[in-house]
Design a protein around this ligand. Structure first.
Ligand SMILES: [Zn+2]
Length: 282
């Protein structure tokens, strides 16, 4: 699943290649991609035809592209990709929606093998679509208020990792980045948010921002070649993961084997030495 830095890389690619262009046609190859557009695929096609895309914005893992007062809203789901390329290239069987532009230049294809992603038209949503207004700003957004998020985190009666994954508190931190940031900050996932010292919270958010920044620059190095492949593929960051998915392998800092614990139907990875488990509270 693409995580926040991957979606931000997609946004940057699209900002470069589709903003300022006028939509000429919408080809619907698989109506399921438009299931969130309640008025139906034909309404979607009619509503966006002839309109100019004026921006490429993101909140959490949602992307939106203002067209006048409204916006095209996209979520990549598990396997969605937004691909820009020569309009004449062959159509892959996973392309769900294809947009062509009035300038006859490269087209935009929404490809989604597992069809969890979706596109819709957010009426009146140019500034911020109503459907995503409840999502908290993420650490890569200018609207992110670090002091406020720290204060709300410290009021949580839950483990620190559960709080980090709570999209109403801070959006965009998934399982991978939560584990990596906790390892850097040397905090165990089960530590109670409420009893963390302010210095530990500061260290934690600095770590979140570091892992995001490193991931963005890793993706950014291949960015210029993304003209043909502006997409949500993850993977380039995996080589630099310290603990996530590395059970039994040595911690990069101290060499202790990384431990995997079950966590909310998923996993949590820690170094038992760098991130000691908190003592059970009586
Ligand atoms: Zn360690």
């Amino acid at each position: 699943m693409p995580e926040l830095p991957e979606v931000e890389i997609v946004r940057r690619g699209l900002e470069r290649y589709i903003v300022g262009r006028t939509i000429d046609s919408v080809e619907m190859l698989h109506p399921r991609a438009l299931r969130r557009h309640l008025a139906g695929p034909d309404d979607f096609a009619a509503a966006v035809r002839g309109r100019q895309i004026t921006g490429a914005l993101r909140r959490g893992k949602y992307l939106w592209f203002p067209v006048g007062e409204d916006a095209l809203l996209a979520h990549l789901g598990m396997s969605g990709q937004l691909l820009v390329g020569e309009a004449s290239r062959p159509l892959s069987p996973h392309v769900r929606v294809r947009l062509t532009f009035a300038d006859s230049g490269p087209d935009l294809r929404f490809s989604d093998q597992r069809t969890f992603g979706h596109l819709s038209l957010a009426v009146g949503g140019a500034a911020l679509p109503a459907a995503i207004a409840h999502i908290a700003p993420d650490p890569l957004e200018p609207a992110f208020d670090l002091a406020a998020v720290k204060a709300r985190l410290c009021a949580r009666r839950s483990g620190i990792k559960r709080a980090l994954l709570d999209q109403s508190l801070v959006s965009g931190i998934g399982n991978i980045y939560a584990d990596e940031a906790l390892w850097r900050a040397q905090l165990h996932w089960a530590r109670q948010a409420q009893v963390l010292r302010p210095a530990a919270v500061t260290r934690l958010f600095a770590s979140v921002q570091e892992v995001f920044a490193e991931s963005l620059s890793a993706g950014g190095t291949t960015f210029d070649s993304l003209y043909v492949n502006v997409n949500g593929q993850s993977g380039y960051f995996e080589r630099s993961l310290a603990v996530y998915g590395r059970a039994g392998q040595p911690c990069p800092k101290c060499g202790t084997p990384v431990r995997r614990d079950p966590f909310m139907n998923r996993s949590a990875y820690t170094c038992p030495k760098c991130q000691p488990r908190p003592r059970a509270r009586l």
